[in-house]
Write a protein of this length. Structure first.
Length: 455
C-alpha cells in the first residue's frame, strides 16, 4: 500500500525509459533515509490516483502549463517540483525554434530542471529560467553502464534462453524509433490537457514529412533485415521497439515469416546493447547509450531525413544508405563511432562522480531550501470537474451510447474507441509495473553497490 505522505514522489510515464533510472535514484534516497513513492501515468490514466502528499514532486517532463497541470494532478499536495525531463535532445530546427517543446515556458519555469549537459542548460537559460534552477547532472541512465553495475545485467546465455534464441548465432539488434507510424488516428484522445498542450508545441514542425520519411525508411529497413536473414542462417535480429511505438500487423508479420526475427519489448535498451554483437538504429537517442557502453553501432538511413526534424546529436553523422553496405556490417567490426564524441559530451556531461549521486544531492538541497518552493498560487488544484475530465472522460464516453449524442460527435467516439483498444492497451500493458518488479530492480542495484559483485 502506498504511503499517504512522502518526501519524494516520482510521476513516471514510460517504463523502459524511466523505471530503472528512478529506481536507482530511489535506492540512493532511501539509503539517505528519505521516503519515496512511484506513480505511473498509464496505470491511472482512467482512474483517480491515490491521494499522496509530498514535499518534492518529480516530473517525467515539464514543457508548459498543460504538462505542469497534468503532472500536478497525480499528487494531492506538494511544495516543490523537479523536472527530470527524460527527453532533452531535440531536432536541429527545434534547437532555435521558440515554439519547440524543449523551450520550457509558463508556470513550468518555476520548477527545478535537471540538465544532462551544457546545451540543455544554455537553452533553458535562454527561455528565461533562473540559472540557479538548472543544475547540470549528466544522465542517470548512463550510471548503469559504469563498471560498478556490470553485474546488473542478465547474462547472455540466460537472456537468450528466455526467448529460445540460439547461442551459436550472431546476435544483431535494431533499435527502433518509429513512433509516428501506424498508430491509430487521434491517438492522443483521452490524455486531456497534457497532450493537447504538448501538441501545440509541435505544430511548427513538418511531422507529415517526418511520418512519410519514417514509413518509407521502416519499409526499406525491414526489407534489408528480411533479405539478410534469408541470406545468412548465422544471424538473428532482435527488433527492439521504441517504448511508445505502436506494433502494427506489418511488423508482427515479420516474426511469422522468419524464425530468426524477434520483436522484444522487455528489458531496457541497455540490456540489449551490452548483449548483442551488432547494433543498428535509425534515429534514436539510444545512440548515446551505445557510446557510453563503449560499443560501436551503425545508423541505417535508406531515406534522408529532412534537416528540420533531424536529431541534434546526429549532425554530420556517418550513415549506411544502401543494402550493399548494410550486409557488410556483419562481416567486420566498425572502426569509428558514427557520431562526434565531442558533440555527444556537449549534451551528456560526465565526470568521476556518478550522476545518481549528484542528482540526489540536488534533491536533498531542494527539499531543505525553501527558496525552491513553488509560488502558492500555482499549487492550487484545479476544480474537481477538471480532474474528473482528465482522468475519467475517456472511459465514461466509451460507456455512453453514441445514439443519444449529436451526430457530429459520433465520428470522434468511433476513432477514440479504436485508439483505446489499440494504442492505449499496448501502452498500458508495456508501461505498468508491479511492486515485485520494482523490488527486483532495487535488489539488483543494491547488490551492485553493496556486495561489490562484478563480472
Amino acid at each position: 500500500m502506498m504511503k499517504s505522505k512522502v518526501d519524494f514522489l516520482f510521476v513516471y510515464e514510460v517504463k523502459n525509459r524511466e523505471l530503472e533510472n528512478i529506481c536507482l535514484l530511489r535506492y540512493e534516497l532511501e539509503k539517505r533515509g528519505y521516503s519515496v513513492e512511484f506513480i505511473n501515468t498509464w496505470e491511472y490514466l482512467y482512474k483517480i490516483p491515490p491521494r499522496i502528499d509530498t514535499e518534492v514532486l518529480l516530473a517525467f517532463a515539464l514543457y508548459n502549463d498543460g504538462v505542469y497541470s497534468f503532472v500536478a494532478n497525480y499528487c494531492n499536495k506538494f511544495n516543490k517540483m523537479i523536472n527530470l525531463q527524460w527527453e532533452q535532445v531535440g531536432t536541429l530546427r527545434g534547437k532555435t525554434n521558440q515554439q519547440s517543446c524543449f523551450h520550457i515556458k509558463g508556470i513550468s519555469q518555476n520548477a527545478v530542471h535537471l540538465a544532462w549537459g551544457k546545451v540543455t542548460k544554455e537553452r533553458l537559460i535562454s527561455c528565461g529560467i533562473d540559472e540557479k534552477r538548472i543544475p547540470i547532472t549528466g544522465h542517470v541512465g548512463m550510471d548503469f553502464l559504469h563498471e560498478k553495475m556490470l553485474s546488473y545485467y542478465i547474462p547472455k546465455e540466460e537472456l537468450l534462453s528466455l526467448y529460445g534464441i540460439p547461442l551459436n548465432k550472431k546476435l544483431c539488434l535494431f533499435i527502433s524509433s518509429f513512433t509516428s507510424i501506424d498508430s491509430p488516428e487521434n491517438r492522443n484522445s483521452g490524455l486531456g490537457e497534457y497532450m493537447d498542450a504538448l501538441s501545440k508545441d509541435f505544430v511548427s514542425l513538418d511531422f507529415d514529412a517526418f511520418t512519410t520519411t519514417g514509413t518509407l525508411s521502416r519499409t526499406v529497413i525491414l526489407e534489408w533485415i528480411s533479405q539478410v536473414l534469408n541470406e545468412r542462417e548465422d544471424i538473428v535480429f532482435i527488433y527492439r521497439p521504441h517504448p511508445a511505438e505502436y506494433l502494427s500487423n506489418e511488423i508482427n508479420a515479420m516474426v511469422k515469416t522468419s524464425k530468426n526475427f524477434f520483436i522484444i519489448t522487455e528489458h531496457s535498451v541497455k540490456q540489449w546493447i551490452v548483449t548483442c554483437d551488432v547494433i543498428t538504429l535509425w534515429c534514436s537517442t539510444s545512440l548515446v547509450e551505445v557510446f557510453f557502453a563503449e560499443r560501436k553501432c551503425h545508423i541505417l538511413r535508406p531515406v534522408e531525413i529532412p534537416d528540420e526534424v533531424e536529431l541534434e546529436i546526429y549532425e554530420n553523422a556517418s550513415f549506411i544508405t544502401n543494402y550493399s553496405d548494410f550486409k557488410e556490417i556483419f562481416n567486420s567490426n566498425p572502426i569509428c563511432f558514427p557520431v562526434s564524441e565531442s558533440l555527444i559530451r556537449e549534451y551528456y556531461a560526465q565526470d568521476e562522480k556518478l550522476s545518481h549521486v549528484k542528482i540526489c544531492d540536488i534533491f536533498e538541497n531542494v527539499l531543505k531550501d525553501d527558496s525552491f518552493a513553488v509560488p502558492a498560487p500555482l499549487l492550487k488544484k484545479p476544480p474537481l470537474s477538471i480532474i474528473i475530465k482528465q482522468r475519467l472522460i475517456a472511459t465514461r464516453l466509451m460507456e455512453i451510447s453514441t445514439k443519444i449524442l449529436k451526430k457530429r460527435f459520433r465520428y470522434f467516439f468511433t476513432i477514440h474507441k479504436k485508439y483505446y483498444n489499440d494504442y492505449t492497451m499496448q501502452m498500458k500493458k508495456r508501461n505498468g509495473s508491479t511492486k515485485k518488479e520494482v523490488d527486483t530492480i532495487l535488489n539488483k542495484i543494491k547488490d551492485c553497490f553493496e556486495n561489490e559483485v562484478c563480472v
